[in-house]
Write a protein that binds this ligand. Structure first.
Ligand code: BG6
Ligand code: MG
Length: 215
């Protein structure tokens, strides 16, 4: 029985994916890295900032020390923060908020489980912080998706057993994390067709019936 739904943030509730791509592309340009494409960016979906940086650095033979990598990640983040500072309610993905309100009306708890350390800022800008009973993000753990930690921390904060939690994710790393945490995994958008998911849908709109049956 599902008692809580844990939502990924980027790409599930809010349209930040394009902003991540733009910031990584600008960093690539600064470093003279050519050929960083949307398909490289797709591999950055769901994984931590440092893992995302490593995906970008695969495109160059240049070597960087750990300290330099920290500086590069910080530079990308400064550019990214400039874009997310302009986010508003209009950047929420269609139907996301209605779906959250719907499941809350059914007595199902809600949480965020995101790799992003910018989660508090994104929630504030899009004005949805108060819709969640718990928030777990990249600031809560260093073990990023596909490790299950960010979701297990969300479940713990909610006081609900992992097997009673469903995760809604658009990344393969997130689906793996949900399954290894013993949770029900719902794949949306880019993760639709992920064979590890328990349910796969093109968008949140298709989930109303499924959630009612599981709760
Ligand atoms: C995830 C994104 O939600 O957060 C990744 O899908 C991103 O692409 C990760 O790398 C970390 O985000 P941030 O905001 O901490 O750099
Ligand atoms: Mg995502």
């Amino acid at each position: 029985m599902i008692k809580a739904v844990i939502f990924d943030l980027d790409g599930v509730l809010v349209t930040t994916d394009e902003l991540h791509f733009k910031a990584w592309s600008s960093l690539a340009e600064e470093l003279g890295i050519k050929g960083f494409t949307k398909s490289d960016n797709a591999r950055q979906r769901g994984v931590s900032r440092m893992a995302s940086l490593e995906i970008l650095l695969e495109k160059t033979d240049r070597q960087f020390t750990d300290e330099e990598k920290e500086e590069l990640a910080e530079r990308k983040n400064e550019m990214y923060i400039r874009s997310i500072s302009k986010l508003s309610k209009s950047d929420l993905l269609p139907e996301a908020v209605e779906f959250i309100d719907y499941i809350k009306s059914k007595g199902i708890k809600t949480a965020i489980g995101s790799a992003s350390k910018n989660t508090p800022l994104i929630l504030k800008k899009t004005e949805i912080s108060d819709k969640f009973d718990a928030i777990s993000c990249g600031l809560d753990t260093v073990r990023a998706k596909p490790e299950p930690d960010v979701f297990l921390i969300a479940a713990k904060k909610l006081g609900i057993a992992p097997e009673c939690c469903a995760v809604i994710e658009d990344s393969d790393a997130g689906i793996r994390a949900a399954k290894s945490g013993g949770m029900y995994a719902i794949a949306v958008g880019a993760a639709e067709h992920n064979p590890e998911a328990d349910v796969s849908v093109a968008s949140i709109e298709s989930l109303y019936k499924a959630i009612t049956l599981l709760a």
